[in-house]
Design a protein around this ligand. Structure first.
Ligand code: GLC
Length: 729
């Protein structure tokens, strides 16, 4: 009898529970069970709506934003959310949760690339700081501001290894090396997503642009990319593999045609490599219109065929061109797209939404703006990132720092009192009014009595009417600080330029200022390496400030005054001339050394990958290895001691390179395999260590993704030091 009573109680309990709520709404149920339960309940139309992302058109009239966003269909999978109103976002989400049949939350996405409202230096700049923690911290700040706006998902980090700076999007990645992109891309994913995606202030990351987009021919954005299997596996894929291993929730397919099969219709990359080989269980979103653009690329006759090709290749969500919304239903009914594939795609999207906790906690706190954005600790983090990312390329006669308290400073050039251009491309919701210009920074650092300023000229054009005033104040100053560079839209998406040189009028202004005989400090603000062939000799010091963000002006002034000792090192090569492109540090050795060189210009770059000066000096000791012959199965501990031989405290990033001089395929002349940055007080030394794991650090991948570790000689290079060692069984 007792048993019967217990049985009745248990059945009653579970029936009650079943009747109380479906499994997918039960926060205590296992995630995959919740996904499966919800999937079973969905109609085909509801499933297809999850595969679409909405945004309003290019109508950026702010008066229309919120009206347009109110028109979104609440059953849509995702929205690119441009408003900064958490209340509006919650209103849209409430409609999805309460006014639809199943209450599936919307995923609100946005391009939070290097900050949301507090703008950090562009990613290319951040990579010159050689500090993963700095990148992680910046992404945490960005995630916090975005989360408090109602953004659940950022289309970042961009980890496209870039070697052609005519391509404007070089600004958005972490430079020319695959390992550096992998380390910093991982730090970005961790910064955005935190330890638990479902916790507040964490947002989903998106690795982009998958894959090979940066090899756009001629640097022409959106163009063809001819990518060999070796380049794909050795250079382009590693940062994405690292990001997937770090748990990135999403990946964005790229625009570019990958040797005949566009990135958004490429089953080999999107499914075989990403999902079957790496085990990625999030979802792929297309790039903006990259589904329907398959028609332009000649692999689809119309949007219907484009939808079928992109979807069957492995793009789960269609960004804003509605090709999926318009055609997947008929493709399923005609048997061209199996409903099982639809289910798998929806499963991946629902999985991310459940991981984000959106079913259980769909709304964002509605705080006033002053409690969301530009908090003092956010500004401090942004200023620190800006200061650490700037690179001192040249400093003749130690003209920097400007320590003479009586020195009169002429601040000249189109960038001297600029704000919006200091933020660079993808400035999110950063406002020019938030930005401290270089002039602002200089006035507060040096005092108004010592600063004279004149614009001299515009960013381009041929108006030289401002030259005379600029020359006059330079002639009367002890130092001329010349602020040149790029407007923010010259780099970033669609920022293709035929030359890395600045417009002629800026170079002519530099020549006029140089002619006064006053020492010149050139500040370069740009989203890409700049051609300095004619400018380099006109300046006694050159500081690359990049596009340093909201607090850039203060960071620049701090370096010029010596308050900050610069520690940045180039993560991308500065060619002498644009004609040298492609030029990057880890090229393969040519058949002939000292032949095949340019007849008309030097063949070496002006400033190499890893170059960067400090106000102090560092001396590298010998590299220490416990042996000279090692088993392939043992970890090899390499060490080097670096001494600060100058009079100022400093930070030194030590870069470790490996060379495999003879292998079954030719190998790059050297490859970055480890880096570390440390503070070294004046007169002291620090030990840097690299734990070499042969399978990881000495092996290479072939054109089909196979990894090989071969015995033989290897060379380790650190700074100006080298050491050989041998690997055996
Ligand atoms: C753009 C960019 C991509 C961005 C997306 C959404 O075209 O290629 O990087 O995330 O569209 O704005």
């Amino acid at each position: 009898m007792q048993r019967i009573i217990c049985l009745v109680i248990i059945i009653t309990f579970f029936c009650g529970r079943l009747a109380a709520q479906p499994v997918y709404k039960d926060s205590g149920a296992p995630l995959e069970e919740r996904v499966s339960d919800l999937l079973r309940r969905m109609t085909l139309e509801e499933k297809i709506m999850q595969l679409n992302q909405w945004t309003y058109g290019r109508n950026d009239n702010v008066n229309n934003h919120e009206k347009a966003e109110r028109q979104v269909d609440p059953t849509i999978g995702s929205v690119i959310y441009r408003s900064t109103s958490p209340a509006l976002r919650n209103e849209l989400q409430r409609r999805a949760m309460e006014e639809t049949r199943l209450g599936i939350p919307i995923l609100f996405g946005f391009d939070v690339i290097h900050g949301y409202r507090t703008i950090f230096p562009i990613p290319l700049a951040q990579s010159c700081a050689w500090d993963a923690e700095l990148v992680r911290e910046g992404c945490r700040v960005a995630a916090t501001e975005a989360y408090l706006t109602g953004i659940d998902w950022t289309f970042s980090p961009m980890v496209d290894v870039a070697r052609d700076a005519r391509w404007g999007r070089v600004a958005e990645g972490y430079g020319e090396d695959p390992y550096l992109n992998a380390v910093l891309g991982t730090a970005a994913v961790e910064g955005y997503q935190g330890d638990d995606l479902s916790q507040p202030y964490n947002i989903a990351a998106c690795l982009k642009h998958y894959v090979g987009y940066s090899l756009s021919e001629g640097g022409r954005d959106y163009h063809y990319t001819d990518i060999s299997g070796q380049t794909l596996w050795e250079t382009m894929l590693p940062p994405f593999e690292a990001g997937v291993a770090a748990g990135a929730a999403t990946v964005m397919s790229s625009f570019n045609d990958i040797s005949g099969i566009p990135g958004s219709a490429n089953r080999y990359t999107l499914t075989e490599i990403l999902k079957e080989h790496w085990g990625f269980d999030g979802f792929v979103v297309s790039d903006w219109g990259s589904v329907e653009q398959l028609v332009n690329q000649g692999v689809a006759a119309d949007r219907r065929e484009a939808a079928m090709k992109a979807f069957m290749a492995g793009v789960e969500m269609d960004m804003v061109d509605n090709a999926y919304k318009d055609h997947l239903g008929e493709l399923v009914s005609e048997g061209l797209v199996p409903v099982g594939n639809i289910d798998e795609a929806v499963r991946r999207i629902l999985r991310v939404k459940f991981r984000l906790g959106l079913f259980d906690d769909p709304y964002t706190p509605e705080l006033p703006e002053e409690d969301r954005y530009l908090l003092p600790e956010f500004r401090r983090a942004a200023e620190r990132a800006a200061a650490e990312s700037m690179v001192l390329l040249k400093n003749e006669r130690s003209v920097l720092p400007l320590t003479d308290p009586a020195a009169r400073i002429a601040l000249i050039g189109p960038m001297a009192d600029e704000r919006v251009h200091l933020m660079g491309s993808w400035e999110g919701k950063g406002l020019a009014d938030d930005v401290r210009s270089i002039l602002d920074g200089m006035l507060s650092e040096f005092g108004p009595d010592r600063i004279m300023t004149a614009r001299g000229c515009g960013f381009d054009g041929d108006d030289t009417s401002g030259f005379d005033e600029a020359v006059r104040i330079a002639a009367g100053a002890d130092v001329a600080v010349l602020c040149l560079g790029e407007m923010e839209h010259w780099s970033g998406e669609n920022g293709t330029r035929s030359t890395l040189a600045l417009p002629d009028v800026q170079e002519r202004l530099a020549a006029e200022i140089h002619r006064t005989g006053t020492p010149v400090v050139l500040l370069l603000s740009s989203g890409r390496p700049v051609e300095l062939a004619r400018l380099e000799s006109l300046a006694d010091a050159i500081l690359v400030v990049w596009q340093p963000g909201t607090c850039g002006g203060v960071a620049v002034a701090g370096i010029l005054s010596g308050r900050t000792n610069p520690s940045g090192k180039l993560s991308i090569t500065f060619p002498l001339h644009t004609g040298q492109i492609p030029i990057y540090y880890n090229m393969r050795n040519p058949a002939r050394h000292n032949q095949g060189l340019y007849q008309d210009i030097p063949s070496a770059p002006l400033y190499e990958f890893g170059h960067g000066l400090s106000y102090t000096t560092f001396e590298y000791g010998e590299i220490f290895l416990p042996e000279t012959v090692f088993s392939r199965n043992e970890t090899i501990t390499a060490e080097i001691e670096v001494r600060n031989t100058g009079a100022r405290d400093g930070k030194e990033a030590v870069l470790w390179f490996v060379t495999d001089p003879v292998a079954s395929i030719s190998r790059p002349a050297k490859e970055l395999k480890h880096f570390e940055k440390q503070d070294i007080p004046a007169g002291e030394s620090r030990t840097y260590r690299f734990e070499i794991v042969p399978e990881r650090d000495l092996s290479f991948v072939d054109a089909r993704g196979g990894r090989h570790l071969e015995n033989g000689e290897f060379i380790l290079t650190v700074g100006n030091r080298k050491i050989k060692f041998e690997l055996t069984d």
